[in-house]
Write a protein that binds this ligand. Structure first.
Ligand SMILES: Nc1ncnc2c1ncn2[C@@H]1O[C@H](COP(=O)(O)OP(=O)(O)O)[C@@H](O)[C@H]1O
Ligand SMILES: [Mg+2]
Length: 359
């Protein structure tokens, strides 16, 4: 692969931050590292940039072994969350900084700086002081500054998390289009699953210093490899359960709300977590007909209309979450809050994972 991170381990004292981690990115790919705060995303990104050393393992980039190379010899650019622009330099000088640092004469910087500013639609702001720019404009300048040196790899660490939601979405769309059109290889760090789904060709879901699953957005959503991925990417209905019986490829699982059937490979007596994507569940009155085999009836606890979709919640205990999603505002056929409602779904849409050991 274009970027190959092999068996990287990093500890701070007895805290193992990256645990023999493998990660690779193809040329021109836009990949996200997605995971909760503290899972090691920034450490991995900084290690690829050459800003943090690894205890063991190796990194190759663009056919070169870079493990021992300092940051300035890797031809990698980083965009940080806090922009990290130079406040005493104007826009043009900020973007030209990396070229100047590489010894390019001021006169030769003009064309590449203007090209880079045009990429982020900031060409009319070249002479402005940084302090006169909004947050979104500052982050565009930071992207231009990162791209002007034609890096082999662009690294972005939560670049849009300081921006408000609307602007963040605009920036995501712009960045994706820009990187696509230029064929730039990039690794994008985020803790926001919607952002990762929006921008990425592939997503590496990280948890506690390890990659739990690495795949395309659709694959992560429809085939989450672990219950962590099920929870972290998209919404899900989830319940604790116990395998009562095994009948060939099918499991009979007891939950707090009744028995269900699911495909899976477990032995009787196993404690499991059951997950179903909410749009695969449909709500109904307890006596209504359904072609779905799994049916659980619980008191309706809440109905949330979100415009294009409606979320319907059932009363659940412990960490369980009973939820289904309907298109539009089609909650008309629901009983009043507190009355029994039935959640219906297909056996084959049921995901089963080992229950997490309680630490
Ligand atoms: N320089 C450091 N010294 C000690 N611990 C650190 C250092 N940098 C990061 N850590 C620890 O490593 C873990 C992962 O941090 P980080 O990579 O910043 O996570 P993320 O970016 O996913 O939020 C955290 O537990 C953090 O406290
Ligand atoms: Mg971080």
């Amino acid at each position: 692969m274009y970027l190959d991170v092999k068996a990287i381990t990093k500890s701070y004292r007895d805290n193992t931050v990256l645990d023999s981690l493998d990660f690779s990115v193809g040329k021109g790919e836009l990949v996200s590292l997605l995971g909760p705060s503290g899972c090691g995303k920034t450490t991995l990104l900084r290690m690829i940039a050459g800003l943090v050393s690894a205890d063991s393992g190796a990194i190759r980039l663009a056919e070169r072994e870079v493990t021992a190379l300092p940051a300035h010899k890797r031809n990698v650019s980083v965009v940080f969350q806090n922009y990290a622009l130079f406040p005493h330099l104007n826009v043009r000088e900020n973007v030209g900084f990396g070229l100047a640092a590489r010894g390019m004469a001021k006169a030769d910087q003009k064309v590449p700086v203007e090209e880079a500013l045009a990429l982020v639609r900031m060409e009319h702001y070249a002479d402005r002081p940084i302090s006169a720019l909004s947050g979104g404009q500052q982050q565009r300048v930071a992207v231009a500054r990162a791209l002007v040196v034609a890096p082999d790899l662009l690294l972005l660490d939560e670049p849009f998390s300081a921006l408000d939601r609307k602007l963040r979405e605009t920036m995501q769309v712009e960045l994706k289009a820009l990187l696509r059109s230029r064929g730039i290889t990039a690794v994008f760090v985020t803790h926001d699953q919607e952002e990762a789904l929006a921008v990425s060709d592939r997503i590496a879901v990280m948890n506690a210093g390890r990659i739990e699953q690495y795949g395309g957005p659709m694959e992560l959503y429809s085939k989450p490899a672990t219950s962590f991925v099920l929870d972290f990417v998209g919404m899900s209905m989830r319940m604790a359960g116990m395998v009562k019986a095994v009948e060939g490829p099918l499991l009979q699982i007891a939950t707090a709300y009744g028995d269900i059937t699911a495909p899976g490979n477990f032995i009787a007596g196993s404690k499991v977590t059951v997950g179903i994507r909410p749009e695969l569940v449909s709500p109904g009155l307890p006596d209504s007909a359904s072609d779905r085999t799994n049916r659980l009836t619980v008191p309706l606890s809440d109905v949330m209309c979100l415009g294009a979709k409606t979320l319907i919640y059932g009363t659940a205990s412990g960490d369980d979450r009973l939820i289904c999603e309907e298109q539009g505002a089609s909650a008309a056929s629901l009983p009043p809050i507190g009355s029994p409602v039935t959640f219906n779904w297909a056996v084959n849409d049921t995901l089963v994972y080992p229950a997490e050991a309680v630490p």
